[in-house]
Every structure is written in C-alpha cells, then in structure tokens.
Design a protein. Structure first.
Length: 319
C-alpha cells in the first residue's frame, strides 16, 4: 500500500520525488537504466544482508576476516579519539569489528540512503555501545556536502567496505574519493574495501546464488516501484540477469523482460520487448595497481593494504 503524501515528512517527499524523476528519466534512455542506489529500500537492504550470508558470496566473509585480523592495526593508523564515518552503512555488521578495536572513538557517523534501515541500525548500536556517540546521516553519500557538527575537530576516518566502490563507474569512483577527501579533511583517511579481479567463475557464482536471494534483491526494485510509484510490474514476467564482462572488468546486473509487455509507472507507459534488459548495477573489480591509481586520482595514497591468502579481496588504508 502506498504511503499517503500527507503522512510523509518533507525529507520523505523529496526522496520520493527524486525516485520518481530518476526512474522516469532512466527508463526513457536508450539503453534503459535505473540508479543502483534505489535497490536499497528497507527490504532491499535486508535482502542484501541475506546475500552476504550465501555460501557463494565470498566478499563479505573474506573482508570480515581481513578486518578481524587487521582491526587493531587500522585503529593504530586511525589514532585515538577519531570519528569513524561509514559510507553506505547498511546494518554495520563489519563496522563492529572496528568499533571493538576503537573503544575511544569520538563518534560513529553512519551514512545510508535507507532511512528506516539506518535508524534501526543506529538504535541497535546505541544499545550495544552505550558510551558511543552515534550520529546517523540519511542521504546519498555521492551528494553529501557536510557531516554533523558534533564531530568537531576530531580526525575523520572514513569507512567504505563491501567493495561498494565497485558499484560506481570509474569516473564516479574518482569523484566519490575527491568528495570524501574534502569531507574527511586533509588529516583524515579512508578504509576502503575492494573486490579483486579473479577467476570469472567465482564472480558468476557470487552474483547468481543457488538460493536465488540476489535475484530477489534485483526484482525487489520492481516491487518498490509498484509500491511507491503506482507501477504495474508483474514480477513473474521479469528475471534477474547477472554476468561478468571480463574486458570491462565488471559484473553487470540487469532485470530482463521475459515477454513483450506494457508497464505503467507514475502515470507514464513503457513498452518492454521480450529479452530487453534494464541495467541496475555494475560491480567493478580491481587489481592492486588499479587501486593505487584510483586512490591517486581521488587525492589519496595507499598507506597500507591487506588481502586474504587467496587474494580474493583487499582492504586498503588511504591517507
């Protein structure tokens, strides 16, 4: 059921307006695409957490193992009394590994586009860490211009885990790093999780899990449009479509129309041909040389970098 506009606050109405504009604009393009950030409503965020628990999805457990092993070293590099700023915090599961290693944090600032998911996460963290200042920020970290004043002059350590940097086009990744550098200030740093290039079969399996959770995550975007934009998507008439483009070094994710069909979205009608794909997300993979070059273009340098024994994933400390 749609939420009545009168029941929304100003921020929620603005978010809905942006969602409508971006969807209509993206579906009017050729090829069609919808920004990946809209995958992460409350249900989408919960489904992504479930993806991370699938046996095929190695990035989460591999990155967590690296963080578990290196958390004290990261805390030492960050310094005492710093503020930890997490971009796209989700449920902040991996963040707890750093929070345990950084008991003298000045503040933890989680940033996420999903208001409900973020508020629930902040509430749990306040309960579990009663002495920790938690200042959540709802918004798109690609457009964020300021952090809470409560941070004060504390050194700012950014945290961007999960290889979310790979969801950005390379030029967008550079822009993100430059914006992060401004927000984190010259004395700040960024802890960055990056999925490494590897055997394509590993990548295919990770994004096409046998339980179909990733497919549910992709198709939840259609469910969200039905709920929030009065769309008429038949979820059974679309399929999750993910494959690795080795030449471009990225996973490409779409939802694909299984038949010729007409769909209404926010009062506008769109014809989808059988087999037509609508892009939702890229996931770029990098090697160590490319990570260093990306950091350089973004105004950072690699101060330290750690990988797992199989070199599936890397965590870099950028200063």
């Amino acid at each position: 059921m749609n939420v009545p506009l009168l029941a929304m606050d100003e921020g929620e109405r603005a978010d809905l307006d942006a969602f409508r504009r971006d969807v209509l604009a993206g579906l009017a393009e050729a090829p069609r695409a919808i920004p990946a950030k809209y995958l992460y409503d409350a249900r989408g965020s919960a489904l992504f957490d479930a993806i991370c628990e699938q046996p095929e999805y190695y990035p989460t457990r591999t990155e967590a193992a690296i963080l578990r092993q290196r958390a004290q070293e990261i805390a030492r590099l960050g310094g005492r009394g710093c503020a930890l700023v997490e971009y796209g915090s989700g449920s902040s599961v991996k963040t707890r590994l750093l929070l345990e290693a950084m008991p003298d944090l000045h503040a933890y600032v989680p940033i996420d586009i999903s208001r409900g998911h973020l508020e629930a996460t902040a509430r749990r963290l306040r309960e579990d860490y009663p002495g920790l200042r938690v200042d959540p920020v709802t918004g798109d970290y690609m457009a964020l211009d300021a952090l809470p004043d409560t941070i004060g002059d504390a050194r700012r350590i950014g945290f961007f885990p999960g290889s979310t940097i790979g969801n950005l086009m390379p030029e967008e990744a550079v822009l993100f790093l430059r914006r992060a550098r401004r927000l984190l200030r010259p004395d700040g740093a960024l802890v960055l999780g990056v999925d490494l290039k590897k055997d394509p079969q590993w990548l295919h399996d990770a994004y096409n899990d046998r339980a179909g959770v990733t497919a549910q995550f992709t198709l939840n975007l259609l469910r969200r449009m039905n709920r929030e934009l009065e769309a008429t998507f038949d979820l059974s008439a679309f399929a999750h479509d993910a494959s690795y483009n080795e030449a471009a070094g990225r996973i490409e994710i779409y939802f694909r129309s299984l038949r010729d069909q007409m769909v209404t979205i926010a009062g506008s009608r769109f014809q989808f041909a059988q087999g037509e794909r609508i892009h939702t997300e890229y996931s770029y993979k990098y090697d160590q040389t490319e990570i260093a070059e990306l950091a350089r273009q973004g105004g950072f340098s690699v101060a330290a970098s750690w990988t797992d024994p199989s070199r599936l994933f890397a965590v870099a400390f950028l200063k």
